[in-house]
Design a protein around this ligand. Structure first.
Ligand code: HEC
Length: 153
């Protein structure tokens, strides 16, 4: 190969590499925003539905499944905030993406708190459940403060 051809080939290869590096990440389906908002709303119904039982001092055993589902949702949640899904009518703060480790840690604290809530429900520990219910609620509030737009609480 002539030197000029070699340079041209190297340039072409280099440009191809660059083009590859610059290829945009796949655009998330807009539905991911509607999906996570629906899941948050459902979780709010499940979580809020526990409050009257706590306030009435009722048996909490039947709340075990609900608490487990909250923990499951908490573990799945970060996956519904893929890169590039700061779209449309979202109330998510850009910090979800700029401070990913912090966001994931907040979701993990929620998952741990809800897992503990499920254990206390399963043991029908009413006092323990009531105290832990507040702990779980605090994990919602803490994440919203840091990772949801300020006027959305
Ligand atoms: C790790 C962070 C995090 C935790 C923990 C968290 N949330 Fe959220 N929540 C968000 C973000 C971010 C949004 C905005 C989602 C969007 O609009 O794209 C949101 C939105 C919501 C919404 C609005 C949904 C809609 O229809 O737009 C509700 C209701 C909600 N959360 C309730 C809760 C409750 C209740 C808890 C705890 C039991 C909780 N969240 C825990 C981050 C969190």
């Amino acid at each position: 190969m002539k030197p000029t051809l070699m340079i041209a080939a190297a340039l072409a290869a280099g440009l191809a590499g660059l083009a590859h590096a610059d290829a945009p990440a796949p655009t998330p389906a807009p539905d991911v925003v509607a999906g996570r908002q629906a899941a948050f709303s459902l979780s709010n119904v499940v979580f809020g539905g526990m409050r009257p039982v706590v306030e009435a001092g009722g048996d909490v055993k039947s709340l075990t499944r609900g608490a487990r589902v909250l923990a499951r949702w908490a573990r799945a949640m970060p996956g519904l905030f893929p890169e590039g899904s700061n779209l449309g009518r979202t109330t998510a703060s850009p910090a979800v993406w700029s401070d990913r480790p912090g966001f994931e840690a907040a979701a993990a604290r929620y998952a741990e708190a809800a897992t503990r809530l499920a254990e206390l429900a399963d043991a029908n520990d009413k006092a323990g459940f009531a105290a832990q219910y507040k702990v779980v609620g605090d994990t919602c509030g803490a994440c919203h403060k840091a990772y949801r737009l300020p006027d959305q609480h």
